[in-house]
Each structure stands twice: as C-alpha cells, then as structure tokens.
Design a binder for this molecule. Structure first.
Ligand code: KG4
Ligand code: ZN
Length: 336
C-alpha cells in the first residue's frame, strides 16, 4: 500500500510517499522560516497562503522522485491537528479533494502521533512498548507507548515547551527565529560552566517539566552580562535544559520498567541532548532511538507513515470485531 502524507500544521509544507513494503519512497519539504523571520514568529495568514502555493509543486516532486503517478496512491494521510486552523485546512482540503478525485480513502492524523512514531522510520526500529520523549516547539511530553494509538501521558511541561524555551532564549540573545538550531551552535562555542542556570523541577519527584523560569534566568543574565557573554549563556542554558530532559527520561524508564527510549520532535535534533542520552544509554544499559535527522522537525513522511500504520491495522481487523464491556460515555468524541 502506498500512502501519500501531507503536513501543513504550522510553517512547513511537507509531502511524502510511503510504501508499506518498500518504505519511504520520497519526501519533499518547504520551510517558511525565511518568510516568517522578519516578523519574529509565524504569521498564520501568510503560512496558509504559502501552503497553498507550495503543496502541489511538492506533490509533483515527490511523485517524480518516487517514479509514481497519482493513480499509484492507495490512500492519503494528512495532519488534522493540532496546529494553525487555516494552515491545517490547506492540507486537509488538498488531501480530501485528491481522495475524492482518485476514489481513495483519506485519514486525518494527529501531528504529535506523527512525531511519536517517526523513530520507527529508522533502522534499527524500536519495538513496542517504549518510553517516548516528545520535544517540539509546542510540546514537551513523556509518554508510554504500547502500540499504535496506545499512548499514556507520563508527564509534560507545566509552562513553556522545550523548543519554545530554546526559541525565546535565542531571540533574546539576538539569534533570530526560530533560534533553536542557532542557539545550539552558539552553545558549542561557549563555556557551559561559567554560569549555572536553574534546573527547574529536576527534583520534583514526578515526570513534569518547566522551562519558563530557565528562560527568564537566561534573560536576566543576558541583560546583566551583555552581548559578549552570549555564547556562555547559550551553553549554560543548553546544559540546564539537556540535564532536566535527560534526568526525566531516566526517571520515566525507571518508573515504567522499560528499556527502550524514543526521542522525537524538533529538539530531538539537538546534538548535546543526543550525546547525553547516548552516554546515559550506554552507562545504564537501555536502548535509545531517534528519527532520521531530517525527519526530526515537521515533515510529510511521518504523517504518511502514521497513516500507513493506522490503515494497515484497520485492514488487519478485516472481518474481526471487538466489544467494550466497560465503556466510559465521557470518552466519546463527536463524529469527525
Ligand atoms: O517538531 P517541530 O519541527 O515543530 C513543532 O511541532 O513544534 O519543532 C520545532 C522546534 C523549534 O522550537 C526549534 O527551535 C527546535 O524544534 N529545534 C531545536 C533544534 N532543531 C530544532 N532546538 C534545539 N536544538 C536543535 N538542534
Ligand atoms: Zn511538529
């Protein structure tokens, strides 16, 4: 089965074609970062219009690269949410329009499920169950993952997301938007021991996070020390964020008794976080898995892949059914 994936929840237009036998055939991405940079953040209306401009040329590119035609698509997966409403509507409209025209099924995918399952696009592929650290611009969560759609929230941020804290700290250090990668590069030239920044909730005895205080501490320091201290502040900030993220991952593995950790989302591209987790994994004897580097941030491949897994599971149920002897009425959702 060949599944087309369409991601348009925020500021990246991503399309991809995933084959359940052959794997990822092609993916193409357009980042709107340069367009939004002069505004210091994503402008929703501009994002929607740009998704409209980019989606079909990207689709043509993906099909050409995969040596496929529209008729070879068996199903279409698209990001249904969460994200910017107008931006989501672009991907959803194109997906459903194509589905109608081709007579093929469409499936709406949760953006975070896309991130969560993306490490399964790498080899070796982690087996279920595993602990997942989801670290993106909008979310910081630890989940227990027992299978597709079987997710238990273990802990999450009580204020800013990790990526948001990287971005805001980068902005106050004059590194532009989105500053995560730039902050991380600057940190590599700095002295992480010059300033000891706070490790919020490190000893909170739960799996929740907080990053707002760390960001404020970096801001206060930057105002006091001036621009020549920027690299050391960046290094201090990154060391604090990485230490908290790594400590909570270890605590989640301990609490669940699992020995597999999966890291997904944009901040999962951070080199310092990866090397810290790799070192912990070797020392504490657990396995750690990441998506391919290019698929850490938003992309269409993770949406195509999550769609393929969900459709394959639904097909596998052909003719079989279950009943729910215990079923809480309040868990029902309105028809999509
Ligand atoms: O997953 P993603 O593409 O979008 C969301 O769903 O939010 O994540 C984007 C976030 C941004 O905050 C960006 O600054 C951060 O991931 N990011 C990084 C790095 N690369 C991307 N943060 C720290 N270090 C990096 N190397
Ligand atoms: Zn994302």
């Amino acid at each position: 089965m060949r599944v087309l994936g369409i991601e348009s929840s925020c500021d990246e237009t991503g399309l991809a074609l995933y084959d359940t036998e052959a794997g990822l055939l092609a993916h193409a991405l357009h980042s709107q970062v340069a367009m939004h940079a002069e505004y210091g953040g994503v402008v929703p209306e501009l994002a929607s219009r740009d998704h409209i401009r980019r989606a079909l040329p990207l689709l043509k590119r993906v099909l050409a690269e995969a040596g496929a035609e529209l008729k070879d698509i068996d199903a279409i997966a698209y990001t249904q949410g969460p994200g910017l409403a107008g931006a989501l509507l672009v991907g959803a409209s194109i997906a459903n329009g194509l589905g109608l025209a081709l007579g093929k099924p469409t499936i709406g995918i949760h953006h975070l499920e896309g991130h969560l399952l993306s490490p399964l696009l790498s080899e070796p592929r982690p087996e279920f169950p595993f602990v997942a650290l989801l670290v993106s611009g909008g979310h910081t969560q630890l989940m227990r993952v027992d299978g597709v759609g079987r997710y238990e929230l273990l802990g999450e941020t009580v204020d800013d997301a990790a990526g948001e804290a990287f971005d805001k700290t980068a902005q106050l250090l004059g590194l532009g938007y989105p500053g995560g990668p730039a902050l991380s590069s600057l940190a590599e030239q700095g002295d992480a021991y010059r300033y000891k920044l706070p490790r919020p909730m490190l000893n909170s005895h739960n799996l929740d996070f907080s990053f707002a205080g760390l960001k404020t501490a970096a801001l206060t320091l930057a105002r006091k020390e001036g621009p020549e201290a920027a690299a050391d502040i960046a290094a201090g900030f990154q060391a604090a964020a990485v230490e908290v993220l790594a400590a909570k991952c270890l605590a989640a593995l301990k609490q669940t008794g699992l020995q597999r950790l999966v890291v997904a989302g944009g901040v999962g591209a951070n080199r310092s976080l990866r090397s810290r987790l790799d070192a912990e994994a070797q020392h504490k004897r657990f396995a750690v898995f990441y998506p391919p580097l290019a698929l850490c941030t938003d992309n269409g491949a993770m949406i195509a892949f999550a769609g393929a897994l969900r459709l394959a599971e639904a097909q596998g149920r052909d003719g079989r059914f279950t009943v729910k002897p215990r079923w809480d009425l309040s868990t029902l959702t309105a028809p999509a």
